[in-house]
Ligand binder design. Structure first.
Ligand code: GAL
Length: 751
């Protein structure tokens, strides 16, 4: 029998708080409730999270059958647990783990019985020995870290002799004749002795190339390398055409397949030079944002489908070419999606403005190791942070992390994000200088601009944060804020991308931030940080309009105002001197109340380095509640028209699910947007009143049944999670006092 089997241990677990000093094994099942894994221990709203609700011991219990087969080895795999984990299998304590964002395995061969009890004690306290934490209260870190089994748990069965890990490293990618793939295999053998190892490159299911060799290793762990050469004609991976290949490694003994291990790869060459970034030899401007993974109501505990959706928003809706995973490695499904969508990634170990000592540092070092080993087959990952975000210099420690990164993967450059004023003084041993540029200087319009002169010209240079709540025109960008704040966000992001685009020394800008996130630190309002161009509910704000327009119009013409066409509400568009319409067409023709209101061209003189600058209009004199129509032309051809109504009487409620199908069993989930829109479908902010939600069928609501739409600015979302049992139709009905009723349906299918 070949290969591994994975028994997912997600779905329903028994769960409850564990009293101090209590013996977990002595807690009767009847005292425990139910948890669905991925899981967060606390009841969370979308805001005002309270760390006291998760900072204690918790007990998770899973009962499962199966003594295991002789000749196999068994591993429990935890993909991510916040913060400290003490697993106990059938009364036997397994080695604890401290650290919230990377996977760990525990071998349980020989410990399985016909009926198994897995108790997992999760300590949700802010452990001072675990990066990014310190011995100060947990709000010292900028983002909340609510506890729980927030990623999947599985029991993995492997053959006794198996391929433990494979790193498939493309080499000489740009040389068609000499292109190759070095496949480094880590084997774990019980018996040792001669065996055959084969690596096959496959395009979908079609074999493209293979290499084979004999290995003769003793018992234990060993490494063997295979080289696939002459890979002329393979398709390269890039953001527009992210072509992926599979690498299948087979271990054979006496002609019989003993184990098979499969990874994905993509062929691309990454180079950071002092005059910018090159992918496959071509200059590519890095255009993107930072991402935190926190969700309303669920913390980090969202399944693969929901994690993937964030990558889709960034790549398909905001046209980003890159994302920085601030400030910890993301769920693996997010990186899988980045591979498939062509979204480049800065991967980063957990860290935030603090370097501990002793055990803390060893764990930070281990995190760099575990991150690279987990993620090095993702072609989307182009940078390893070998330095933790905004931490003080430590030549000895960062020399070690740098050497570690290069020893695990010499094909990618390293980086680290330096805090503002430290740029001149810090020692920096990595390849690409990352700079969180919250420079206080302002450019035209009083908006922030990057340091006029890049602080380092001796190294490749990338702005790793900008705008945010520290140097933008506002500290909060809430939907409920005035139009000037919303639009100011779009203009501020435009300005940093534009000014950095003027100088090839800037590889690009990863602005702060992609998404709002719950936090207890610094500039917060109601426990939320609001610098996202997309809100907590994953709905782009008017501030995202700039990003949405940066796409070739032949691919997708865009007309996206960074204001709401609202002339009578609490924040009328008339308060904007210049109302920015973000578009990628050549010319816009405006009509107000059906009458021509002038033609516009893009403000290219103001944003000469932005591929698609805004079109600026003045609606100060408009009165009444007329419609706005915007026609977009490429040459003389109208390619898009959009309408906006100022008449609130025809506003309506809409529900929009991201998916129409969910997998049964409790772990799968999808988002449903709740919006009040005008008669043409444009968002209407400042709408008063709650939305009542009524759900029927085999799903559960992740979110409140009474949604406070006024507080979230007329737009929000809940998530629907498949029920633990049952398949079939799910119906969601929503009712709003003025915008009426909306309904949607989806189907829960057997896995
Ligand atoms: C930066 C930090 C980010 C975030 C930001 C504030 O200095 O790296 O994590 O805290 O400030 O908006």
């Amino acid at each position: 029998m070949t290969a591994r089997r994975v028994n997912a241990l997600d779905g329903a677990w028994s769960f409850g708080p564990l009293e101090p000093g209590a013996d977990p094994g002595a807690v009767p099942d009847e005292l425990l409730g139910t948890a669905i894994v991925p899981h967060v221990v606390a009841e969370l709203s979308w805001r005002d999270w309270d760390p006291a609700s998760w900072e204690r011991d918790w007990l998770y219990r899973k009962r499962f059958a199966g003594a295991g087969e002789p000749g196999r080895r068994y591993f429990l795999r935890f993909a991510g647990v916040l913060t400290t984990t003490r697993p106990i299998l059938n009364g036997r304590p397994l080695e604890p783990h401290g650290g919230g964002y990377l996977p760990f395995d525990r071998e349980v061969t020989g410990l399985l019985a016909a009926r198994n009890v897995l108790d997992v004690v999760v300590d949700g306290r802010f452990d001072a020995d675990v990066p990014p934490n310190s011995d100060r209260p947990s709000d010292v870190v900028d983002f909340w870290q609510p506890a729980g089994l927030h990623r999947e748990v599985a029991l993995v069965a492997r053959p006794a002799d198996h391929v433990r890990d494979v790193f498939a490293k493309p080499v000489r990618v740009l040389d068609d004749a000499r292109r190759g793939l070095v496949v480094r295999c880590e084997l774990d053998l019980v018996d040792g002795g001669p065996a055959q190892l084969r690596a096959q490159l496959r395009d979908a299911d079609r074999p493209v190339a293979e290499a084979e060799r004999e290995v003769d290793l003793g018992p234990g762990r060993g490494t063997a390398e295979l080289v696939l050469d002459g890979l002329s004609g393979v398709r390269l991976w890039d953001p527009d055409s992210p072509h992926l290949y599979d690498v299948v490694v087979t271990l054979r003994r006496a002609g019989r397949v003993v184990d098979e291990h499969r990874v994905r790869t993509g062929f691309r060459e990454v180079r950071f030079d002092r005059d910018g970034f090159r992918l496959n030899g071509e200059r590519l401007r890095l255009f993107g944002v930072n991402r935190h993974q926190l969700f309303p109501f669920a913390g980090a505990a969202m399944p693969a489908r929901v994690q993937r959706r964030d990558a889709e928003i960034l790549r398909r809706e905001l046209n980003c070419t890159m994302v920085r995973c601030s400030h910890y490695p993301p769920h693996e499904a997010f990186l899988d999606a980045c591979d498939e969508l062509g979204l480049l990634v800065w991967d980063e170990p957990p860290g935030w403005q603090h370097l501990g000592s002793g055990r803390w540092l060893e764990r930070a070092h281990r995190d760099v190791h575990d991150m690279i080993v987990r993620d090095r087959n993702h072609p989307s990952v182009v940078l390893w942070a070998a330095r933790l975000n905004e931490t003080p210099g430590d030549a000895e420690f960062y020399g070690r992390t740098e050497r570690l990164a290069k020893s695990l993967d010499d094909s990618r450059p390293t980086t680290g994000a330096i805090l503002g004023a430290d740029h001149a003084t810090t020692d920096f041993q990595h390849d690409v200088f990352g700079y969180n540029d919250y420079s206080a200087s302002t450019g035209p319009d009083g908006l922030p601009q990057p340091e006029p002169e890049p602080p380092r010209r001796d190294l490749p240079y990338l702005i790793s944060e900008a705008v945010g709540t520290l140097s933008g025109p506002a500290r909060f960008y809430r939907r409920t804020d005035p139009q000037a704040v919303q639009q100011g966000q779009a203009l501020a992001h435009a300005q940093v991308h534009d000014l950095a685009g003027a100088d090839p020394a800037y590889a690009g800008v990863l602005a702060w931030a992609g998404f709002d996130y719950p936090s207890g630190h610094g500039n917060i309002d109601r426990g939320v940080k609001w610098p996202g161009v997309v809100d907590l509910f994953r709905v782009p704000k008017p501030g995202a309009a700039m990003y949405r327009a940066q796409v070739d119009p032949r691919r997708r013409p865009v007309i996206e105002p960074s204001f709401h066409w609202d002339l009578t509400g609490p924040s009328p568009v008339r308060e904007l001197g210049e109302a920015a319409i973000w578009s990628n067409v050549d010319r816009l023709e405006l009509f107000v109340g059906g009458e021509p209101f002038g033609a516009l061209t893009a403000a290219r003189e103001r944003y000469p380095n932005l591929p698609y600058p805004p079109f600026l209009a003045d609606f100060g004199a408009v009165r009444g509640i007329p419609e706005l129509r915007v026609d977009g032309y490429l040459d003389d051809r109208m390619v898009l028209t959009r309408r906006f109504s100022a008449d609130r009487s025809a506003d309506r409620l809409v529900l929009r699910p991201d998916d129409r199908e969910l997998v049964a069993g409790g772990a799968d989930a999808t988002r449903v947007e709740i919006r009040v829109v005008d008669r043409y479908g444009a968002d209407r902010p400042h709408t008063a009143g709650d939305v009542e939600l009524d759900l029927t069928g085999p799903a559960e609501l992740v979110g409140p049944a009474r949604f406070p739409l006024a507080e979230t600015g007329g737009v929000g979302a809940v998530w629907l999670r498949s029920a633990r049992s049952g398949t079939g139709r799910v119906r969601l009905r929503a009712l709003h006092p003025s915008a009426g009723e909306a309904r949607t349906e989806l189907t829960v299918t057997a896995s």
